[in-house]
Design a protein around this ligand. Structure first.
Ligand SMILES: C[S@@+](CC[C@H](N)C(=O)[O-])C[C@H]1O[C@@H](n2cnc3c(N)ncnc32)[C@H](O)[C@@H]1O
Length: 275
């Protein structure tokens, strides 16, 4: 986590939780709700302390994402007592830094400009993997639209599926601003894709697959037409990977490798689906 230099914690506060939707709140509180989880123990207590200081925020979170209620009750019980205003702000900054890969979703412009996997990436890497000309494409977990808008230059139509509402709005603003006519932005999760079987010529994604390979690839396969493609096209970062993802190789993916402009070794993947 610490290698991602995406935000300065001082630019963030607990107020950013007010910008989060149900999906993001659920995802975050699943990580923090148990103060018994050792590696997050101090951060969970910090979260509890800062929530206790913000009753309106607790109200918002538990109304917006009712499934966080029990966890939040436990976090409040673990709160530190008697911290000064200065100590609280210091802890808040620490917490924001630790949560950088989550809180950045509430600031899509910052994500677009600060995340090297987005700004250092060149769309030639997508074009090297596949010619999307005339294809109907689904981008899963589209984020700010790195792959979506590159794909839209060639494809007939691109469906950008993204669970975070602020990121969906960011892509919609981009579509309006640039008068893009072949992109539709929608909600949706990789583990349960909201489309019929055999809908797309290609399903593309970057930095999304990996929590449950079996279920995710099965779902992607389901919505792909016979002879269509799954494309996993990651962004360019500074991580020097020593080997490709064995889970994808085991499932029949072809591997593509390049050195990124910021020093990392990047692997991309492609698989044709024959039904
Ligand atoms: C690291 S970002 C990558 C964004 C974009 N794919 C890219 O490569 O530029 C991960 C994205 O996946 C989304 N995401 C996370 N879990 C997901 C899930 N289970 N289903 C669909 N999208 C998911 C996040 O909301 C976020 O936009």
């Amino acid at each position: 986590m610490s290698r991602y230099n995406w935000i300065d914690g001082k630019d963030f506060s607990m107020d950013h939780f007010f910008l989060m939707d149900r999906w993001l709140l659920k995802m975050i509180f699943k990580k923090y709700e148990s103060i018994e989880v050792s590696e997050l123990k101090d951060l969970s207590r910090v979260m509890g302390t800062l929530l206790k200081e913000n009753p309106k925020l607790c109200w918002y979170i538990t109304k917006r994402a009712p499934e966080t209620k029990e966890g939040i009750t436990r976090l409040l019980e673990g709160a530190y007592a008697n911290l000064s205003k200065e100590e609280l702000r210091k802890k808040e900054i620490e917490l924001m830094e630790a949560m950088k890969t989550d809180v950045i979703y509430t600031e899509p412009h910052m994500m677009q400009h600060n995340c090297n996997y987005i700004y250092a990436w060149d769309e030639k890497y997508l074009n090297e993997l596949i010619d999307l000309k005339d294809m109907v494409v689904l981008d899963l977990g589209a984020g700010t639209g790195r792959l979506t808008f590159a794909a839209a230059k060639k494809a007939k139509r691109v469906y950008a599926s993204e669970p975070v509402d602020m990121l969906r709005e960011y892509m919609r603003d981009h579509i309006l601003k640039h008068n893009i006519r072949n992109v539709k932005v929608l909600d949706g999760f990789v583990e349960s894709i909201p489309y019929e079987d055999d809908t797309f010529d290609a399903v593309i994604s970057g930095h999304v697959v990996g929590d449950d390979y079996e279920q995710e690839i099965q779902e992607m396969t389901r919505v792909i037409k016979n002879n269509g493609y799954i494309i996993i096209c990651n962004g360019d970062d500074d991580i020097v990977r020593t080997k490709p993802d064995q889970e994808l190789i085991n499932r029949g993916f072809e591997v593509f490798k390049h050195e990124s402009s910021v020093g990392g070794v990047i692997y991309n993947y492609k698989k044709q689906i024959v039904k």
